[in-house]
Design a binder for this molecule. Structure first.
Ligand code: CA
Length: 231
């Protein structure tokens, strides 16, 4: 088996075409017709890739995509869209999909995108899929959403944890405030980038030995923040 792919598409004919195409190529496929069921299923069955229709009843594809991104920054997502104009929203900061396919598409096009996105996801460097990471005196448990500092549990709010998790999953990578805002708080959040600064300060007070001389959560002047792992 090449991997488990979740299809989220309310139009049965398209879903059936995608499912047949992928199964014939050796993938295990699960199909759901709406975003809520997709989010439940992602939590319980851990697919390797999600093919997500943009126009869904209830939660639309963008909202589903953002929710997935907030929970798991790395689950590969390919979006199905009816129009090329949606592309900026889909693969940009707003939603964070890995790629997109515009309807109508053929089997070969779909398979090429699926294979490319999976290949990239599997070959990306780093400990991204680890459930637990240790950095110096810090230990982050992603599944349990728990942080220990020198063995003692640290009390973090959900947003503080999401922000820390995103940075810690990508040690050394510089994130702009707007990127952090979009990925942790979502596109419909009615705040500005100072929200990010406030949360970083709180995290430093909770995690750094000396919050005024941070060694883990570093400011990158005029850009944003990065997590430093090599201590
Ligand atoms: Ca649809």
């Amino acid at each position: 088996m090449l991997g488990h792919i979740l299809i989220v598409e309310d139009e049965e004919a398209i879903a059936a075409f995608v499912q047949t195409t992928l199964e014939r190529d050796g993938f295990k496929v699960t199909w759901v017709g709406d975003g809520v069921r997709a989010l439940t299923l992602i939590g319980s069955s851990e697919p390797d890739l999600v093919i997500l229709d943009l126009a869904l009843p209830g939660l639309d594809g963008l909202q589903v995509c953002q929710t997935i991104r907030r929970r798991d920054h790395y689950l590969p997502i390919i979006m199905l869209t009816a129009r090329d104009e949606d592309v900026d929203k889909i693969v940009g900061l707003e939603a964070g999909a890995d790629d997109y396919v515009t309807k109508p598409f053929n089997a070969r096009e779909l398979l090429a995108r699926v294979r490319a996105v999976l290949r990239l996801a599997r070959h990306s460097a780093g400990p991204r899929r680890e459930n637990r990471l240790c950095f110096g005196t810090l230990e982050i448990n992603f599944t349990g959403r728990q942080v220990l500092k020198t063995g003692q549990p640290v009390d973090l709010t959900p947003k503080e944890f999401d922000l820390l998790a995103l940075l810690a999953r990508n040690p050394g990578r510089v994130f702009g405030r707007d990127t952090l805002l979009a990925q942790v708080w979502g596109y419909d959040f009615d705040g500005d980038s100072r929200t990010v600064d406030v949360h970083i300060q709180r995290l430093r007070r909770k995690l750094e030995d000396d919050p005024h001389d941070p060694q883990v959560l570093l400011t990158v002047h005029s850009i944003g923040y990065k997590f430093v792992a090599d201590r």
